[in-house]
Every structure is written in C-alpha cells, then in structure tokens.
Design a binder for this molecule. Structure first.
Ligand SMILES: [Zn+2]
Length: 336
C-alpha cells in the first residue's frame, strides 16, 4: 500500500472509532520501523482525531531526541489487550469481555533452556493471541503470567519452585473473584506447564462462581498437526519447546562453542512395570529418576523456523476462539 493510500485510509477511518483504532494499530506498528509516521503532518492529524485519544491505544508524541532533532517520534504508549503494559487512563474506559490468565513454572529444562521457559512461553503466546484477537475485534485482556507451578515431582532438582495444587486452587479462586468483581465472566486459563492440573480446579470453582472458566493447555492444541511441524515427540524441553525458545528468546538458549545445544538427548528411563510404560497405569513421575538432566525429549532437532510455525498455528486457532468467546452472549445454554 502506498503512503498516500495509507494516509487516506487513516483520515477516512478517523470517523469510526473502532475501525480507526484497529486500522491505526495495524498501520502504526507495521510502519514503526519505516520512519513513515515521523512526519509532523500526520502527528498533527492524529491529535485532531478524537477517537484516537479516547481509545488510548496508541499515542503519537512529538518529542525531541538527540538523534532525531525536532522530528516527532511515534511512541506506542499502551495496548489495552495487555494489562501489564496498560495504564489506568486506558483501562478505566475500556470494556473487557474476556480475560486470559497465563500460567508458567520455574523449573529446569534440560541443560540448555532457562528456568523461566514455561512462563515465557505462556506470556509470549498470550501476547500473540490476545493481540491478534484484539485486532479482529475481541474485547480481551491478557493478565500477567503466574511464574510458578506445581513441581512436586521435580523437587529433587535445585530451585524447582513448587506451588501445591491446593495453593494453585486458591490463586485461581482469588483472581477469579477479582475478575467477576470487575464484571468479566469469560476467563481463559492459558497453561504452559504440564505439572499444573487445572481440570479439578475448574470442576471445583465452576460450581461456585458466576464466571465461565476455559482451560487451554496450549501444547495440546496442535496434537493433530504436531508432526507436520516437528520430527520428534515432545514431553519436556524437547524439540517443540526448544524451537519455541530459539524463535522467541534465543539469547536464553545455551549452546557450546560449535553452536550445538548444550543439552543431553532427553532420553528417559522405562519403569520396571509394563503397565506404567504402556500407560495403563499412571503416576506423577519422579523427574530425577526419569531423566538425566530434567529433559524428557530430544531437543536437537529444534529450529527457530519450527517455533514460528508453531506460533502461527496457535495464533490462528486461539485468537479465533477468543474472538468467538468475546462476541458470544452468556445465556442459559452458554457455551452450547
Ligand atoms: Zn516447559
């Protein structure tokens, strides 16, 4: 799209609050690095368009910097879909239908991924899907991630920081109550940690609360196309998680001097019981007996490209759900 056409669109959509916000966000963010909006004319125009200021999504602030002399600079001030990055002036006027609450963990991931892996995954996926949903019209807010999870089966590893399931229940219950007090009744738990068992929590809290709870264990949303993207199976710190890390937080992935991952092969031990190995009987697996260095899948097939493909699928599927959820009326038969 040429600059002239983009400018025309911006002015035209100035008459329509929602369309303006959506289009402006797309164009402004897309053009941030192109210097296009660093023009006094456009900054002046943006201040004249009331919905722009009212929505508070973005602000163009003329400011002087050493590098830019007197050129106005576009600054993305706040994003209403992201509570951690929003201020009160935005939130007090914004209506939210859906809240997304991410859950991570603090635990080892083989030798190469950071302890914050699950929390970063939950946060980054939350940011991508909520932003995409917002741009498609969803009234959604991403809450800050809870950085701890249930680690009772990792306790022999140093500083695997545990919250018992009973504590997790209380955390969810308290935050749920806060959301209901704020008249947000559609709540999505975005879980990144396999040790977090939310289903019993949903069963307990759904009976007590006006809110409708939805659980997304994001790593299960791609089961049907997993092997279209990846070569090896995933359990913990394997190809999928490492690909995600290489794509979205590569500076925290440890490699040796040759660029090879500083990780073992993620092989796990079999139990002495056939019933456990076959899955007929399950336990909470003691991770220090199961693994060599906490990794429970082969990470060496990981690439950043696979991580981006994973995110594309998650964004498509989960943002679509958030839009539908936001637009759906709660009635007696909800969600059917
Ligand atoms: Zn993980």
């Amino acid at each position: 799209m040429t600059r002239a056409i983009e400018l025309s669109f911006l002015i035209w959509f100035g008459v329509c609050d929602k369309a303006w916000v959506t289009l402006a966000e797309r164009l402004l963010i897309r053009n941030l690095e192109r210097d296009f909006f660093r023009t006094p004319v456009l900054c002046f125009l943006s201040f004249l368009i009331p919905p722009f200021a009212k929505a508070g999504n973005l602000a163009i602030i003329p400011r002087c910097t050493c590098a830019n002399s007197l050129k106005p600079t576009l600054v993305v001030m706040t994003q209403p879909w992201n509570l951690a990055q929003s201020n009160y002036s935005v939130v007090k006027d914004h209506h939210y239908e859906v809240a997304v609450l991410p859950f991570g963990a603090t635990e080892p991931h083989n030798l190469h991924l950071p302890y914050s892996t699950d929390t970063l995954e939950a946060t980054i996926i939350g940011e991508h899907i909520c932003r995409a949903a917002h741009l498609k019209g969803a009234e959604v807010v991403l809450l800050p991630a809870i950085p701890y999870g249930t680690e009772t089966n990792m306790r022999e590893f140093p500083l695997a920081m545990n919250l018992n399931p009973s504590t997790m229940t209380m955390i969810v219950a308290d935050l749920l109550e806060t959301l209901v007090h704020n008249e947000i009744y559609k709540i999505v738990l975005l879980n990144s940690h396999g040790g977090n068992a939310f289903k019993p929590i949903l069963r307990e809290l759904s009976a007590e609360s006006e809110a409708h709870l939805f659980l997304c264990d994001w790593y299960q949303t791609i089961d049907d196309i997993y092997y279209d993207i990846f070569d090896k199976g995933e359990d913990h710190a394997g190809e999928m998680e490492t690909s995600f890390a290489l794509a979205y937080f590569p500076d925290l992935v440890a490699t040796d001097a040759n660029g090879k991952l500083r990780a073992d092969d993620g092989e796990v031990r079999a139990s002495r019981f056939r019933a456990l190995n076959e899955g007929w009987i399950s336990i909470t697996r003691p991770w220090h007996l199961l693994t060599k260095n906490s990794g429970a899948a082969d990470p060496h097939w990981a690439t950043a490209e696979k991580g981006v493909k994973l995110m594309d699928v998650l964004m498509d599927r989960l943002s679509e759900f958030l839009v539908e959820l936001s637009q759906s009326q709660i009635d007696d038969e909800f969600p059917y």
